[in-house]
Design a protein around this ligand. Structure first.
Ligand SMILES: Nc1ncnc2c1ncn2[C@@H]1O[C@H](COP(=O)(O)OP(=O)(O)O)[C@@H](O)[C@H]1O
Ligand SMILES: [Mg+2]
Length: 414
C-alpha cells in the first residue's frame, strides 16, 4: 500500500507514542475533553488502512451513532481520507478500499448481532470499548475471548472511559499497577494512560474554563482531574452491575418517582429476595417531559406485573395514572423514611443490569451532606436521586420497620 504520511498535528502529543502501542489491554482514561475519543477514532482509521479489523463497542447500540460512528467519520474527513473508505450507514460498517479491512460497530445490548459480527476478511484484531464503565465484566470477558485466531497483527482490547467509581470492575481488574501520582503505567500485557483537558490542545478557552469552574467535588475529581471517583461520603458501595441470571429470582417490585420538566421521571422494575437480602434491578426508565398519558403508555408492558409504588407527593398524578389503567399507589412516607430507607438499602446486596445506566450513575454519586468541616452528616444530598427514590418506593413494604430507627451516625456507618 502507499506509505501514509500524517501531519504531526493530527494527534495530541500525549497520545503519539500510543499510535503504535502493542499491549494486549490498553486503557485510556481520565477527565472529560482530554481527547481520548478523538485519538482512538483517529488511530482506528489508520489501523484499518493497515489491515486491522476493529469492533467498536458501547453498552447501548443507539448511543454509538452519536459518538464513535461520528468521531470516526470526522477523523476520516480530518485526515482527508474519504476516498480510501466505503462507508455503509445501514449496516454500520466502514471498509478500507485498499485491503477490505473493516471497522464494525455494535452495542452490547444487541445480543444477536454481537454474536454473529465478523469482518469480511481475516479475523478481528481489535476491540475498542468506548465508555467502558457502562459495560459489565462478563461482557468484557466474552469480548476478550473473541480476540483470537491467526493474524499477523497483535490482538488488542482498548478501553476508554471516565473513572466514575473506584468500586468499578475495571479498577479491580487492571489498576493494581497504577500509581495515582503518575500519568502512565504498564505491565507486559496492560498499558494505562491517564489524560485530562490539559493534554488536549484543541479545546477552546471556554471549554477549559467550564471544567476548571466545576463546583461539585465529585465531578471535579472525576471529570476535571480525571481521578477515580471515591469519597468517604458516598452512601452506597454495596452494588454492582452485571448480566442478570435468567430467570431473575425473587418477587417483582416496581417503583416510580415523578418528574417532568427539570427533573426526569424515574421508574424501576426489580426483584427482591428477602432471605438473601438481594435486590436485582432489571429495568429502568429515566425520562424528562413525559405527560401522564405518555407515562401510562410506557408503563403498559408492566401492567400484569403488579402494583407500582409511587411518590406520594403527587396524588393527582397517581389518580390520573389509575384512570389510565396503571396500577399505581402512593407510598407511605413516615418521618425519617428517607434515611431509614437508605439504612435498610445499605444492608442489601444490589445487583443492576448493565442496562440501568442512570441508576448506576446515581448510586455512584449519591452522597451524605457535609458540615462546614467536611464531616458527613446523616442526611443525603437531595440531588441526582430520582431512581434511588424509585428504588426506595419499590421496596417500601420490604423495608424493615421493626427495628427502632435513630438517625445516628453509627447506624449509618459514618
Ligand atoms: N486530534 C484532535 N483534532 C481536533 N480536535 C480534537 C482532537 N482531539 C480532541 N479534539 C477536540 O477536543 C474535544 C474533546 O475531545 P474528546 O476526544 O471528545 O475528549 P474525551 O473523549 O477525552 O472526553 C473534541 O470534541 C474535539 O473538538
Ligand atoms: Mg470521550
Amino acid at each position: 500500500m502507499p506509505r501514509l504520511t500524517l501531519r504531526g498535528d493530527f494527534v495530541n502529543k500525549v497520545y503519539k507514542p500510543h499510535l503504535q502501542n502493542q499491549h494486549r489491554y490498553q486503557i485510556y482514561f481520565g477527565g472529560a475533553g482530554s481527547g481520548k475519543s478523538v485519538f482512538l477514532a483517529t488511530r482506528c482509521v489508520i489501523d484499518t488502512l493497515q489491515g486491522r479489523n476493529t469492533l467498536i463497542i458501547r453498552q447501548v447500540a443507539r448511543t454509538l451513532k452519536s459518538s464513535c460512528w461520528n468521531e470516526i467519520n470526522k477523523a476520516i474527513r480530518r485526515l482527508g481520507m474519504q476516498h480510501l473508505f466505503t462507508v455503509s450507514k445501514t449496516d454500520m460498517t466502514i471498509t478500507a478500499r485498499n485491503n477490505g479491512a473493516q471497522m464494525l460497530f455494535c452495542g452490547l445490548d444487541d445480543v444477536e448481532k454481537i454474536k454473529s459480527l465478523t469482518p469480511q476478511t481475516g479475523v478481528l484484531t481489535d476491540i475498542w470499548m468506548e465508555e467502558a464503565t457502562e459495560c459489565a465484566y462478563q461482557d468484557f470477558k466474552q469480548l476478550d475471548k473473541r480476540l483470537r485466531g491467526g493474524s499477523p497483527h497483535v490482538k488488542r482490547l482498548t478501553l476508554s472511559f471516565n473513572p466514575i467509581s473506584r468500586a468499578h470492575w475495571i479498577y479491580k481488574e487492571f489498576f493494581s499497577i497504577w500509581q495515582e501520582d503518575r500519568p502512565y503505567a504498564e505491565s507486559a500485557t496492560v498499558s494505562i494512560l491517564k489524560t485530562t483537558y490539559r493534554d488536549n490542545r484543541f479545546l477552546t478557552n471556554d471549554d477549559r474554563a467550564a471544567l476548571e469552574a466545576e463546583k461539585d467535588p465529585y465531578f471535579y475529581q472525576v471529570y476535571t482531574l480525571g481521578n477515580w471517583g471515591v469519597t468517604g461520603n458516598v452512601i452506597f458501595t454495596n452494588w454492582r452491575a452485571e448480566t442478570l441470571p435468567d430467570p431473575v429470582p425473587g418477587e417483582t417490585r416496581m417503583g416510580l418517582d415523578f418528574g417532568f420538566a427539570a427533573d426526569p421521571c424515574g421508574f424501576l422494575l426489580l426483584r427482591y429476595e428477602r432471605k438473601q437480602k438481594r435486590i436485582w434491578v432489571m429495568e429502568e426508565m429515566y425520562e424528562k417531559g413525559l405527560t401522564n398519558l405518555a407515562l401510562s403508555k410506557r408503563l403498559s408492558p408492566y401492567a400484569s406485573f403488579g402494583p407500582i409504588a409511587c411518590d406520594s407527593a403527587e396524588p393527582k398524578s397517581i389518580a390520573e395514572l389509575r384512570t389510565l389503567g396503571v396500577n399505581a399507589y402512593p407510598v407511605r412516607k413516615g418521618p425519617d423514611s428517607v434515611v431509614h430507607g437508605i439504612q435498610w438499602l445499605r444492608q442489601q446486596e444490589i445487583i443492576l443490569s448493565p442496562a440501568c445506566q442512570h441508576l448506576r450513575e446515581e448510586l455512584s454519586r449519591y452522597q451524605w451532606q457535609q458540615d462546614a468541616t467536611g464531616q458527613a452528616l446523616p442526611r443525603p444530598k437531595d440531588k441526582d436521586n430520582h431512581l434511588i427514590d424509585a428504588l426506595r418506593y419499590a421496596l417500601e413494604n420490604d423495608i424493615d420497620s421493626r427495628y427502632a430507627f435513630t438517625a445516628n451516625k453509627k447506624s449509618l456507618g459514618l
